[in-house]
Design a protein around this ligand. Sequence first.
Ligand SMILES: Nc1ncnc2c1ncn2[C@@H]1O[C@H](COP(=O)(O)OP(=O)(O)OP(=O)(O)O)[C@@H](O)[C@H]1O
Ligand SMILES: [Mg+2]
Length: 308
Amino acid sequence: MSPLPADEAAVPTVLHTSDLPGLKLLHRGKVRDVYELPGRRLLMVATDRLSAFDVVLPDPIPGKGEMLCQISNFWFRRTAHLMPNHLTGEDVAAVLPAGVDPARYVRRSVVTKRLRPVPVEAIARGYLIGTGWKDYQRTGAVCGIKLPPGLQMAERLPEPIFTPSTKAAVGEHDQNVAFDDVVRLIGAELAEQLRSATLAIYEFAAAHALERGILIADTKLEFGLDDNGVLHVMDEMLTPDSSRFWPADQYRVGISPPSYDKQFVRDYLETLDWDKTAPGPRLPAGVIEGTRRKYAEALERLAGIVLD
Ligand SMILES: Nc1ncnc2c1ncn2[C@@H]1O[C@H](COP(=O)(O)OP(=O)(O)OP(=O)(O)O)[C@@H](O)[C@H]1O
Ligand SMILES: [Mg+2]
């Protein structure tokens, strides 16, 4: 894949908090700001905010939102044959209020269909880590799926599994649930569709990433329904914020592999005497730059887009 032309790969912008006067702000998440557009559409802006241990840190990571947005867009394009997605393909500059500098927004924003969210975090796991590993150690199963005995931390699963969770209220942790619970929540037909789309997307992406030296240990997808009840994949897709990416050459069974995600900043934060409640601490320049590089590396290796 060829790098972006020079004008598109321009110096990254820095944006901690978006400001779009005249557009209604529907939601300010930890990372994204979501605005209402006419015609049942949304403008989703990926900012440079970084959260760790569920606290948004005061320092932005320059260009992180642009990189996240471009990684997501890459995957939405590449998986469109597997599942419709929320992107409308419309020009971001055309929907920005007059007076806003488009350069600050066009590479970090998308215009999307406004969908009715399916209230399930659709997670696929190919490896045993995180809450999957914790549940397995306790019960021998993950989300009610019985696994072979004797698996080790980070071990590859015999086949990828669908391990849904339900989104917790603010301040609480998401809850892993069994497939039957999802059936009770949204009905058997939609639950089946969710599972097969999640696994198909995961398997496709994992094969692509493996060719580029990255293991996708697990990933979380979100889905929504349009006015005709058609299922779409929405939100973000296969970014370091929603997935565990491991460098394949450093993978070892039995240890938690170094990752492309926030391990770098978490490791730094663990050296501090911080109680992990807001406000979060300032980050040294070296940690900001190191984190930025991790995202740039993911973008380059996965999507072939070179920034550094
Ligand atoms: N096409 C869409 N239609 C409707 N809602 C959407 C669509 N795409 C994403 N969303 C929702 O928009 C919100 C995006 O917010 P964001 O992910 O930034 O924060 P969050 O989910 O509150 O927190 P977190 O940082 O933990 O992800 C989510 O609630 C997501 O479900
Ligand atoms: Mg989210």
